[in-house]
Design a protein around this ligand. Structure first.
Ligand SMILES: [Zn+2]
Length: 419
């Protein structure tokens, strides 16, 4: 009022009044709506009075923002809208979604002051009211977009896939073989797919899992042979039972999609050492008594092998009822004496074997043969080839198990064959 009565200065008045934000808007309003005032002083007086009235009523002036035909906010100035558009664009990284934000329509209106929104709030409103975009995430593998879907679902499926190959009870870590990135933001709804589509893509991602696995492993015992000259060849006795030990092994195992790709032993701690099995083995050559030798010589038998090594005598530690003569597989076995073949066949203990009935009540058996050369009922002469050495039946190596049976009793064969 002082300005009006002390020499009117329009420019000074406008400058003074526009120092007030509200008056500035009203002035802008007047200019925008081309209100013709012949007397600027009166106009500004009117503006001042109106301002005072509005301020007293708690009302201020704002710009109504109408976007896509819908009123979405009231702001204090045009610049707020420009800032809001900038913020909305910055918040959207996807270029297609950026383009979807159309330029809002602008109009001016009066409203209460506490409804004015700032640029950030208006930016949110613009994004919310852009119907063709939605909040989602894209999944990128090695920089290439392979899926676009609900962000939480993508994150959840990725975590499920990453941990899918964990080993129970192990310390596990896992990572994707390829570079996998999730970028959340706003995208065109037309490009946001169903979560199951994203899951099917995620389930093809390669995962490297490293599991630290602890296992307890048996340490097998060793068998140690000790010899004694106090026992004859073929004697065998377990003097100390073997006992497996136990070790605790820690390994780092690398898997690709659950398939083992590499294994590294990190530590091997012996919990219990193994105990050796000790076997006492006889080395003495068996002596044959003079009476045994005299009886045997009357039988007139010969040794059924041309060359051999004795591996077990009659009556050794396991109640052996024959003598074992080692020779290589296929070595010829001869009839110890002439007679009739009463058995030529196979059984689980003796394998392929032959029994010859001699005269004078003596029988001989030739066991564990590889092949038989005679058949039951056949008459053979002393020295005829009747079979070949093998390891059939209950046998652990190539040898001839030779028995002499006198009147149904298996006797020591050694003296019968000159040993
Ligand atoms: Zn034997």
């Amino acid at each position: 009022m002082i300005f009006i009565f002390n020499g009117f200065n329009r420019a000074a008045l406008i400058e003074k009044l526009t120092g007030n934000r509200v008056i500035s808007k009203l002035y802008d309003f007047v200019k925008t709506n081309r209100i013709k005032c012949k007397c600027a002083g009166l106009a500004m007086l009117g503006v001042g009075c109106l301002t005072m009235s509005l301020l007293c009523a708690g009302v201020t002036v704002g710009f109504n923002v109408s976007y896509s035909g819908k009123d979405i906010a009231v702001v204090g100035s045009r610049s707020v809208l420009q800032n809001a558009i900038s913020i909305a664009t910055e918040n959207i990284t996807d270029t297609k979604a950026q383009k979807a934000i159309a330029s809002p329509e602008f109009s001016l209106t009066l409203t209460v002051s506490d409804r004015l929104e700032n640029a950030a709030q208006l930016a949110d409103s613009i994004i919310e009211n852009t119907d063709c975009i939605g909040r989602a995430a894209v999944l990128k593998v090695n920089g290439e977009t392979v899926a676009c879907a609900d962000a939480q679902s993508i994150k959840s499926f990725l975590e499920q896939r990453r941990t899918a190959f964990y080993v129970d009870g192990a310390e596990n870590s896992a990572e994707f073989v390829d570079t996998v990135e999730v970028e959340e933001g706003y995208y065109l709804k037309s490009e946001i797919s169903e979560v199951n589509e994203a899951k099917s893509v995620i389930d093809t991602l390669n995962v490297k899992t490293v599991s630290v696995i602890k296992t307890e492993v048996a340490i097998p015992y060793n068998t140690v042979k000790k010899t004694t000259s106090e026992k004859t060849v073929g004697y065998s006795e377990v003097v100390t039972a073997g006992c497996n030990g136990l070790s605790r092994v820690t390994e780092s195992v690398e898997y690709i999609n659950g398939e083992e790709a590499a294994r590294t032993e990190l530590s091997n701690e012996v919990v219990t050492a193994a105990t050796d099995k000790v076997v006492l083995v006889g080395t003495a050559i068996k002596k044959v008594s003079a009476s045994e030798r005299a009886t045997a010589s009357s039988a007139g038998l010969i040794c059924p092998l041309a060359s051999y090594r004795i591996s077990s005598y009659y009556g050794d530690g396991r109640n052996h009822k024959g003598i074992d003569l080692c020779a290589s597989r296929g070595t010829a076995i001869f009839a110890a004496g002439g007679g009739t073949v009463t058995y030529a066949g196979y059984d689980s203990d003796f394998g392929y074997n032959v029994i010859i009935q001699h005269s004078n009540g003596i029988k001989t058996r030739y066991a564990h043969a590889d092949a038989l050369c005679v058949s039951k009922g056949q008459v053979v002469s002393q020295g005829d080839m009747i079979a070949t050495v093998g390891s059939t039946g209950r046998s652990t190596g190539n040898h001839l198990h030779f028995e002499v049976i006198v009147n149904g009793v298996r006797v020591n064969p050694a003296p019968y064959i000159g040993l």
